[in-house]
Each structure stands twice: as structure tokens, then as C-alpha cells.
Design a protein around this ligand. Structure first.
Ligand code: PEP
Ligand code: MN
Length: 361
């Protein structure tokens, strides 16, 4: 299902630069909210963020200041002129946020997993013209994420954006939430008009990785970044390891290289056209070879069938896997890629062998 977005709505104040959303993980005090906003104004951020109700994994941690924080956000907006955003996780939050004139709402990763919660929030926003950003669900499930956009779109919300904040994993990785870039890339393919913003803070979980993740997102054509920034990160009541001061945020942003979508340089155009021609030729050769391989597979199937032999030979498959991944690695192809490719080829090969198997008499 495609979604119907408000094409006139401009998330960006300047189309050349990515949208920049920044602010503390949580609103903690009036002073912190306003001082951080004032500092971030100098960095030309487009939207100021702060969590008011914090969905914490375990009870007992700081769960947000509640509705009073909305007043602080409102005041930050009055003093800086920057639109403000906060997370809503139920209809009470929606009601409070709308009363406080919050400009942009976002749905957190622990809410977008739950279609009942998403539907309730969407229903509470029916007929209201407000931008909504939806974080990916904590689990790597693209359909669930797509479904959330569809639910909001169905009640008439046309100003939507996605926030990629990485996915929970049981295994330990260098990331707090594994990026699994293929998922937001697939989302972009399915909903090309939808802006996608990367949230390097929740992917990284620490300050050190913020620049690298931000640069990667921009290189992948993401439309913006959401970064957590706190006037005194070491004293932050939530997510302190990943928050940076507005000054450090400035340095991260300044380092990011913005690449062009295309170039009008003639030499570049000739070179890229030549390389693409080469790719087209190689793809054609690959398809011819795959076709040849499948024809051989059919001959194998026929031979096995004539001799009353079964199709699947696990020892042969293991041997192919071992030998091809080794050969691929020697040629500089990653093992994971060769395995994925071989599995797809082998499956099709089995299908083709099975298709020529004659029923036994
Ligand atoms: C947040 O943005 O502070 C937050 C709670 O994020 P997430 O929903 O991505 O965990
Ligand atoms: Mn946070």
C-alpha cells in the first residue's frame, strides 16, 4: 500500500542541508530545557526535541517530568522560535501535547511495535494536521514499521517522517541498537516520498560513534539527523553516555561531508555512463551463466530421476559451500555474501531438479 503525503509540506528550511533535530533525551528542568535550546539555536537546528514521558526498559529509572515539561518546551519555543517535538505513547500524551501546542510528535520504538497502541494514537489524531515522525520498532520488522505509517495515513495524517534508531539484539555488538541499514533502505524503496531521519544517538549508545553513523546516514541519502544534546551530559538523567554538549554537536555537524545527489561535470557523466555500461554487460553475463547452471541442474534432476536417486545431497551441498566460500574469499568476496548467493542458487537448483523428477513407477 502506498501512502499519500503532503508534498507541499517542507520538513527542511534549506533543501541543501539535511534536517537537523536536536535536544536532550529528557526534559529535566525548566533551566535545562531553555538553556539547551538557546545554545542549539546557534547551531541552526530545525526542530528542538525533548522527551517528557520516558519509556524505560526497567522500572525505577527516571521516567520523565510529565506534562509540566510541555510548558518548558513551549517557553523554549517562544524564546528561540524553534519548533518543538516530543514523544507520545498514548492518547493522554497526545491530548496534553496538543494542548501545549507541540509542533511535531514522534512515536517511540517501544510504541511502534504495538499496532493497538499505534492505532489508538492515530485515532486520537484523526482530523488534526500535525507532523508525526515514527521510529522503527525495536525489533527488525519492516512490515510493522510500514503498518504504522499506513495507520496514521489512513486517519488523514499526511506529514509523516521515519526515524531510524536501530534494532535491539540479544547478542552484544558495538552498537546499543544495531543499525541494520538494509531495513531503512528497503523502507525508502517501498515509500520513496517518505523522509527518513537517522537517530545516531540511540543506534550508538555512546558519543564516539555519533559522527561515523551520521556520516553514513547522509551518504545513504537520509533526509536528516536527530541527535541528543544536553548542556551537561554527564549529569543527564537518561541516556547520558550518548548525549553531547551543543558545542560537541556543532563539531560533529561541521565534520559531516554533504555529497551531491548528482554531478553535472561532463567527465564524471562519461565515466559513470561507462561504468554502468560495464555493470549492465556483467549482469547479462551473470544471467546467462545462471541460466546455464539451471539447465545443468535439470539434467542432473533427470539423471537422478532415471536412476531412482533422491535430489538433496547434504554432503555435496556442504562441499559446495566450503569450496565456494573459500574461493570467493580469495577473490575478495565476503563469506556472508557468497553464502547468501549460493543458498539462493542452490534453492532454485533444487526446484529445477524437482520439476523434472518423474513419479516413480
Ligand atoms: C528517545 O528518543 O529518547 C527514545 C526514548 O528513543 P527510542 O524510542 O528510539 O528508544
Ligand atoms: Mn534517549
Amino acid at each position: 500500500m502506498s501512502i499519500n503525503l503532503d508534498k507541499k509540506f517542507n520538513w527542511y528550511n534549506n533543501k541543501q542541508t539535511p534536517l537537523l533535530i536536536a535536544g536532550p533525551c529528557s526534559a529535566e528542568s525548566k533551566e535545562q530545557v531553555i538553556n539547551t535550546a538557546k545554545k542549539l539555536k546557534k547551531e541552526n537546528i530545525n526542530i528542538y526535541r525533548a522527551g517528557i514521558w520516558k519509556p524505560r526498559t526497567r522500572p525505577g529509572s527516571f521516567e520523565g517530568v510529565g506534562s509540566i515539561g510541555l510548558e518548558w518546551l513551549k517557553e523554549a519555543k517562544q524564546q528561540t522560535g524553534i519548533p518543538v517535538a516530543t514523544e507520545v505513547a498514548n492518547t493522554y500524551h497526545v491530548d496534553q501535547a496538543l494542548k501545549a501546542d507541540i509542533d511535531v510528535l514522534w512515536i517511540g520504538a517501544r510504541t511502534s511495535v504495538n499496532p493497538f497502541a499505534v492505532q489508538e494514537i492515530a485515532d486520537a489524531l484523526a482530523g488534526i494536521d500535525i507532523p508525526v515522525m515514527i521510529k522503527n520498532p525495536v525489533n527488525p520488522d519492516l512490515s510493522l514499521w510500514l503498518g504504522a505509517f499506513e495507520r496514521f495515513n489512513k486517519v488523514g495524517i499526511k506529514k509523516l517522517a521515519a526515524i531510524h534508531r536501530g534494532f535491539s539484539t540479544h547478542e552484544k555488538t558495538i552498537f546499543r541498537n544495531k543499525p541494520q541499514w538494509q531495513i531503512p533502505i528497503e523502507l525508502k524503496k517501498r515509500m520513496p516520498e517518505l523522509p527518513i531521519i537517522c537517530d545516531p544517538s540511540h543506534i550508538a549508545g555512546n558519543r564516539e560513534l555519533l559522527y561515523k553513523i551520521s556520516q553514513k546516514a547522509i551518504d545513504l541519502n537520509f533526509n536528516g539527523l536527530m541527535l541528543e544534546s544536553h548542556i551537561n551530559p554527564n549529569l543527564a538523567l537518561s541516556d547520558k553516555n550518548q548525549q553531547v554538549t551543543p558545542k560537541d554537536l556543532k563539531q560533529i555537524i561541521a565534520k559531516i561531508i554533504i555529497r551531491k545527489h548528482k554531478s553535472s561535470d561532463n567527465q564524471y557523466k562519461t565515466q559513470i555512463a561507462e561504468l554502468r555500461q560495464q555493470i549492465d554487460n556483467v549482469d547479462e553475463e551473470l544471467l546467462n551463466l545462471l541460466c546455464e547452471r539451471m539447465n545443468i541442474a535439470e539434467m542432473v534432476g533427470k539423471l537422478k530421476s532415471d536412476n531412482g536417486v533422491t535430489i538433496l545431497k547434504t554432503a555435496r551441498w556442504r562441499e559446495i559451500l566450503r569450496n565456494r566460500t573459500q574461493s570467493g574469499e580469495q577473490k575478495g568476496l565476503s563469506k556472508a555474501f557468497v553464502i547468501k548467493l549460493l543458498k539462493a542458487i542452490h534453492q532454485e537448483s533444487i526446484n529445477r531438479q524437482a520439476s523434472v523428477m518423474e513419479p516413480l513407477n
